[in-house]
Design a protein around this ligand. Structure first.
Ligand SMILES: NC(=O)c1ccc[n+]([C@@H]2O[C@H](COP(=O)([O-])OP(=O)(O)OC[C@H]3O[C@@H](n4cnc5c(N)ncnc54)[C@H](O)[C@@H]3O)[C@@H](O)[C@H]2O)c1
Length: 418
């Protein structure tokens, strides 16, 4: 088995983390037991490019249980848990290519290893694998029966490829499943982003002016949790409806240039570029803390900040760099990369239980429907969403009502009314 991890001797701690996370992933456990029995991925090669965390470990264990020959590489140079990577190799016999803090060259070398695994199915978090296959290994497109995409930014890239008729592989927008974005993006990102910020800075959130860039699923979750900890939350948006929603949810809404003057803590969650730009840094107060929890490290103009700074002190605390701009200190967290996965552990296992069960079942769906799939972006089947939600509710000991025959008839009819 081929692999490239930091140190196999870290495996003991990693195994404990994988098992701990598994306790909180009852739906995935159930899917794994089914996969173990039915082997729906038998004989298939799978390459996954995901954050290498304890939760992902339980996903790739599940894919292996389903019969797949799986290789996993990192979707972000800072998000790998090295002990988990070591345990996956040593205890679970899975090929891992991921080292926390790997440089650009190593990151792309690992991505290349995942492509050269010659997969029949791929899984992405940000569409890196699928775009590398299209750009540099087009001959592989024919053998890939389908790909799953985990995040908003990846789905945006894939839809852009489909619109340009450049997409050659069927993909499933797992991110767009209700069992994913309503929970993972909102509650997972909301909680873990604050966790990352607090671990990196130890700052008190209560009483702070917290500026949230973007009021999508992730931004809503973060704003809600920051308010819960006593922050005065300001939202910036470019979408009229989302801005209105934020205002009616009780948040202040204003352009970033206004928010820049008053914010103590800034967090971008947009999927967009340069949401915090040079002119915003110009306006910031001394001691402003700036971070990103959107997918790529482009949401904050870090290169611009470097150009403007009269002095830079790296790593004044883990994951904190200090930049001096006009005599004022600006603290950038995790180099502008995903703060929740860099400075904390990413989303809690309980929420990834739904995302990754949806992922695993989507891979089964791709195999079962391979004859009929075209190179386009597919939504998750509502049956998968329902199944995952049902199992999750059951694991939480929650029961719900069922429609009676009378109600079904009423809801399907149009004659009855006033
Ligand atoms: N940190 C994580 O672990 C994590 C988890 C899930 C998703 N993500 C990433 O977070 C980002 C947001 O995901 P989402 O699901 O919330 O997407 P979304 O599409 O629901 O929301 C994004 C919001 O940002 C707004 N926006 C775009 N440009 C803006 C700008 N310049 N200023 C202010 N607002 C702007 C959009 O109008 C939209 O409302 C994506 O990059 C996604 O891949 C990160």
């Amino acid at each position: 088995m081929n692999y490239d991890v930091k140190d196999l001797n870290l495996s003991e701690g990693g195994k404990k983390r994988i098992e701990w996370a598994d306790n909180d992933m009852p739906v995935l456990q159930k899917v794994r037991a089914q996969f173990e029995k039915n082997k729906p991925l038998s004989g298939l090669k799978m390459s996954a490019c995901l954050h290498v965390t304890a939760e992902t470990a339980n996903l790739v264990r599940t894919l292996k249980a389903g019969g797949a020959d799986v290789l996993l590489c990192a979707s972000n140079p800072l998000s790998t848990q090295d002990d988990v990577a070591a345990s996956l190799v040593k205890d679970y016999g899975i090929s891992i290519y991921a080292i926390k803090g790997e440089d650009r060259e190593t990151f792309f070398k690992h991505l290349k290893a995942a492509v050269e695994h010659s997969p029949n199915i791929t899984m992405d978090d940000g569409a890196d694998l699928i775009s590398t296959i299209h750009k540099d290994y087009p001959e592989l497109c024919d053998q890939v029966i389908g790909s799953m995409e985990e995040t908003t930014t990846g789905v945006i890239r894939l839809r852009a490829m489909a619109n340009d008729n450049a997409l050659k592989i069927p993909v499933v927008a797992v991110n767009d499943a209700k069992t994913k974005n309503m929970f993972d993006n909102r509650y997972g990102t909301g909680q873990s982003t604050l966790d990352g910020i607090i671990r990196a800075t130890d700052m008190l959130i209560a009483g702070k002016n917290v500026v949230v860039g973007g009021y999508g699923w992730c931004g809503r979750g973060f704003a809600m949790r920051a308010r819960g900890m006593g922050a005065k939350v300001i939202v910036t948006e470019v979408d009229q409806v989302k801005a209105l929603e934020a205002a009616m949810d009780g948040f202040q809404v204003m352009p970033m240039i206004e928010a820049a003057k008053v914010g103590d803590l800034f967090c971008t969650l947009t999927g967009d570029i340069h949401v915090i730009d040079k002119h915003h840094f110009e306006a910031m107060k001394d001691g402003a803390v700036v971070c990103n929890s959107g997918h790529f490290d482009v949401e904050i103009n870090v290169a611009g900040l470097k150009e403007m700074a009269s002095n830079v002190r790296k790593n004044i605390r883990n994951f904190v760099d200090e930049y001096i701009v006009n005599g004022r200190r600006i603290f950038l967290l995790a180099e502008g990369r995903l703060v929740n996965l860099s400075a904390a552990e990413g989303h809690p296992a309980s929420v990834m239980d739904m995302s990754f069960s949806t992922q695993a079942l989507a891979s089964h769906w791709v195999v079962a429907n391979k004859e009929n799939l075209a190179p386009k972006v597919y939504d998750i089947s509502p049956k998968i969403e329902e199944y995952v939600a049902k199992l999750k509710l059951k694991s939480m000991d929650i029961e719900i009502d069922e429609l009676t025959q009378e109600q079904k008839k009423y809801l399907e009819s149009w004659e009855e009314g006033t």
